[in-house]
Ligand binder design. Sequence first.
Ligand SMILES: *[C@@H]1O[C@H](CO)[C@@H](O)[C@H](O)[C@H]1NC(C)=O
Ligand SMILES: *[C@@H]1O[C@H](CO)[C@@H](O)[C@H](O)[C@H]1NC(C)=O
Length: 164
Amino acid sequence: MKLQVFLGFLFIAKCSAEINFMLANATAEVGSDATIPCTYEATGFEGMVPTLRWYAKKGAARTRLYVFVQDDDTRTFKASGVPRNLSIETDGSLIIPGVNLADNADFSQLICEVDFGAGGSAEGVLDFSVYAFPNTEPVTERFASEFDMSTTLPIPRQFVHFIT
Ligand SMILES: *[C@@H]1O[C@H](CO)[C@@H](O)[C@H](O)[C@H]1NC(C)=O
Ligand SMILES: *[C@@H]1O[C@H](CO)[C@@H](O)[C@H](O)[C@H]1NC(C)=O
């Protein structure tokens, strides 16, 4: 009887602990600093400080980018071997400074893991992309005339040659 009560208590305690992510996909313009928050709600972990880990996900593989513990500089660090100059906000948001189009290959999916140790852990994933505004350089005469031809010829040979 005593044991049953004890087990029941444990069961309830475990079920009441919950981590819910409220992540949003993010975009950033070339050259800007991207700040990507790891938004979540944790219940049942009162008084516990989680370790937050950011990863870049590529297919089934993941690369650790950053480890963050609020107000603990000794346990907050950029993962070794990450070539990119990343940093972290005081709330654990990941900062990718001066984004470029190559970041689309490296950071297209980001994982945020929230780890309460023995209390449990969970992770969420979001898509990230860098965009550039269309090139505003004037179109060259040569390209313009070839482009015009494409309206009269279904497959202008010159145009095909130009882009190959
Ligand atoms: C991000 O975008 C992908 C693809 O459009 C979508 O499947 C996913 O649900 C989105 N994730 C979030 C957190 O909004
Ligand atoms: C790295 O990013 C930080 C924060 O944006 C910046 O202060 C620093 O100058 C950058 N370092 C390099 C080498 O780009």
